[in-house]
Design a binder for this molecule. Structure first.
Ligand code: OAD
Length: 252
């Protein structure tokens, strides 16, 4: 019986996984879509459809109207805390039990960490902590969703802001170094749920390509990263990643 192309491709990737020493999962908003967190750029239904990002996700916006910015992030934080990681997240954690895995994510919802991933590089910050707009000290106390949004730095009195990388801001150097080291040393890279639209993050998978890693694209549609990929597993993260794990277990 002729297997469908996807099954053949799944088996090809399973073989690579069986022999991989270090696997990297490079994820974007599509990884969280099945948890109920809207992606950014999906036509009209995306998160940005209702907001002007430059009015909310930039230092200038925060200076102009801090309450509106803090309110928007408080709503996104509450939404993230109300979600649970799906089976695709758990598949990554399971794979990590038998080989080195590094997750590099553009997401800020911390669902990878909540699922149990232990080595995560967050390129765009996170929704959960806040940091000082003046001295950049991180405040780990959970903002009270009902208290007035504006809070102040315990060490310098500056305004606290979400620990998110805003438009026009640099990515956190230590997270970038962690990500680059992983991409240069991995032998298998999965690119999951990102439109490859935002730089410098979108350029990072090229490092793994240049270092000779095999690359697998996991997305419902082809993206710019398809040119780097040896295999395109077309589908949702919450379907493809568990199917890959099942294939691995069937043949283990
Ligand atoms: P996008 O919204 O740009 O892209 C989401 C991608 O996920 C698209 O390619 C979708 O086709 C795909 N997708 C949708 N549902 C999926 C599913 N169930 N499984 C797998 N893939 C699915 O989000 P990002 O590429 O992550 O930055 O956007 C990158 C950055 O742009 C974000 O990190 C954000 C934004 O500016 C900050 O917030 C700093």
């Amino acid at each position: 019986m002729l297997e469908d192309p996807q099954t053949r491709e799944l088996d090809r990737v399973r073989t690579w996984l069986d022999n991989a020493k270090h696997v990297v999962f490079f994820t974007g908003a599509g990884m969280s879509a099945e948890c109920g967190i809207p992606t950014f750029r999906e036509a009209q239904t995306g998160f940005w459809a209702r907001f002007d990002p430059m009015e909310l996700a930039s230092p200038e916006a925060f200076k102009r109207h801090p309450e509106q910015v803090l309110q928007w992030y408080a709503e996104r934080r509450a939404q993230a805390l109300n979600c649970a990681p799906h089976a695709g997240y758990r598949a990554i954690v399971e794979i990590e039990k038998s080989r080195r895995v590094t997750v590099i994510t553009q997401n800020v919802d911390r669902l990878h960490q909540r699922a149990g991933s232990r080595h995560v590089a967050e390129l765009h910050g996170n929704l959960i902590t806040e940091s000082c707009f003046k001295c950049e000290a991180v405040d780990y106390s959970q903002p009270n969703l009902n208290a007035p949004y504006q809070r102040y730095c315990k060490s310098c009195g500056g305004q606290l802001r979400p620990s998110i990388v805003w438009f026009g801001e640099q990515l956190p150097a230590e997270q970038v170094l962690k990500a680059e080291d992983a991409l240069l040393t991995c032998d298998l890279l999965f690119i999951v749920g990102t439109s490859a639209a935002v730089y410098p993050a979108a350029a990072m998978p090229q490092l793994a390509k240049d270092a000779g890693a095999k690359i697998v694209l996991v997305n419902p549609e082809r993206t710019e990263h398809a040119v780097l990929s040896s295999v395109f597993l077309q589908g949702a993260a919450g379907v493809v990643l568990p199917a890959l794990l099942d294939r691995m277990n069937e043949t283990a």
